[in-house]
Design a binder for this molecule. Structure first.
Ligand code: PLP
Length: 446
């Protein structure tokens, strides 16, 4: 396509595409993707540290995945499961059961993260016959009405769309909460857990009885809310509270799944197993697929007709997922996520020592958040992040953002990324930081 055609389409996009979505940052026009790179309309090759928002964990257009998609399309493009049966969905369920923690072995396949969450909430309510759900402030679970009802990462997502059904919130782990920091500023885990107990005690005392609560839902690592990593003991405490009251625990592993944290799922990274899990994003390398997962016994209490789908578990998407799982195993990408993730963290800590605008580095595996602050006030600086993202893009690397005010640079490269590519990307980020400092007249000492 000619540059003129592209310019015309870009201009038209303002009329044709809903602004609610089409202008997210950095919004780079591309013609091709491959491995860890996007190829721009401008003929420039961009290093991708977004993975299409944590989706292309095995790299863009991995040849094995592309091959599987082509072969599947030659045979079967549409299910729907229930009306017909096909090998890819049955095989995928079997293979997923092997890599999921505990006895999570039974699946309801859908198309998107939010649908997997809807399924999880519906399953929990149906099985327990309890009406309410408790979520954690700052978590994001999707944009359909049920998911939105438990999402509190940004109030703008709920503006004029407040959920009809009542849900309850308790605060997510906050690493800078002075109530559980010691004199060196380190988190005292036992105090953080005690505070969590107290939050739940108050919730159950003043707002909702625990026997009315079907489920507690949370992201095991806060994603959209700013890449906050709670201690394993804090997650274990959530599990313990649920057990005590017969409440089902739902983990939203839409973003953390498929090797992102260095294990198959964050549940394994932290050693805490939920009753229900929602998985999506990295499952099929970009094809629309997700699943609500529970153990067989729980899932059997969800009878025919209580939930359903036309497109969920599409045969081409399931074939892409099977190939994705093969690549994650064959190329040892979980190990790579751990090793290269640790390497990236080391390099970022060095950058943090040099640039006062870097507040904190939060990382587990290749799920990395770089908090940006205003060096004098030490306050979160979302405006700076937007500009730094633009400057980094000019250098040739794509990052995304997260945090309530967009104050965190989100770095989620494909799990196949190499140390050399991390070096390239972080060199480009460093140049962007230098330019930003020059633009904002920050003294060299900052
Ligand atoms: C943790 C989490 N849950 C749910 C969702 C919603 O997924 P989707 O956009 O596929 O509906 C997202 C999307 O970013 C997410 O990060």
């Amino acid at each position: 396509m000619s540059t003129a055609d592209w310019s015309y389409l870009r201009e038209k996009s303002a009329e044709r595409l809903a602004p609610s979505m089409a202008k997210d940052h950095p919004n780079l026009p591309v013609v091709k993707e491959e491995g860890c790179y996007y190829y721009g309309v401008d003929g420039v090759k961009y290093l991708d540290f977004t993975s299409g928002i944590a989706v292309t964990n095995v790299g863009h257009r991995h040849p094995k995945v592309v091959q599987a998609i082509k072969e599947a399309a030659d045979h079967l493009t549409h299910g729907p499961i229930g009306v017909i049966q096909y090998e890819s969905i049955l095989k995928l369920a079997d293979e997923l059961a092997d890599i999921l923690p505990g006895d999570l072995d039974c699946f309801f396949f859908a198309n998107s993260g939010t649908e997997a969450i809807e399924g999880a909430l519906k399953l929990a309510k149906f099985v327990t016959k309890r009406p309410y759900v408790v979520s954690f402030t700052g978590c994001f679970h999707g944009r359909t009405q049920g998911s939105l009802g438990v999402s509190t990462s940004k109030s703008k997502y709920r503006k004029f769309l407040q959920p009809n059904g009542l849900t309850y919130q308790v605060p997510y782990f906050n690493p800078s909460d002075p109530r559980f920091l010691d004199e060196e500023g380190e988190v005292v885990e036992s105090s953080a857990c005690a505070l969590l107990e107290e939050e739940f005690r108050n919730l159950f005392k003043y707002q909702v009885s625990p026997e009315e609560v079907a489920a507690v839902i949370l992201e095991p690592v806060l994603g959209e809310g700013g890449y906050i990593i709670p201690p394993a003991s804090w997650l274990a405490k959530v599990r313990e509270i649920c057990n005590r009251h017969g409440i089902l625990l739902i983990f939203d592993e839409v973003q953390t799944g498929f090797g992102r944290t260095g294990e198959w799922f964050a549940a394994q990274t932290f050693g805490v197993t939920p009753d229900i899990m929602a998985i999506a994003k990295g499952i099929a390398s970009g094809l629309p697929l997700s699943a609500t997962v529970a153990n067989h016994k729980l899932m059997q209490q969800w009878p025919l007709g209580s939930h359903g789908t036309t497109f969920g578990g599409n045969p081409i998407a399931c074939s892409a997922a099977l190939a994705t799982l093969d690549v994650l195993k064959e190329e040892n990408l979980l190990e790579n996520a751990k090793e290269v993730g640790a390497y990236a963290r080391e390099r970022l800590n060095l950058l943090k020592e040099k640039y006062e605008m870097i507040g904190s580095i939060r990382s587990v595996g290749l799920m990395i958040g770089i908090e940006i602050i205003e060096p004098h006030t030490k306050k979160s600086d979302g405006a700076a992040v937007l500009r730094i993202l633009d400057l980094a893009l000019q250098e040739g690397v794509l990052f995304y953002l997260c945090g309530n005010e967009g104050e965190v640079i989100r770095m989620i490269p494909p799990l196949s990324v190499t140390k050399e590519q991390i070096d390239d990307g972080l060199d480009m980020l460093q140049r962007a930081l230098v330019k930003y400092k020059e633009e904002t007249h920050q003294p060299a000492s900052l």
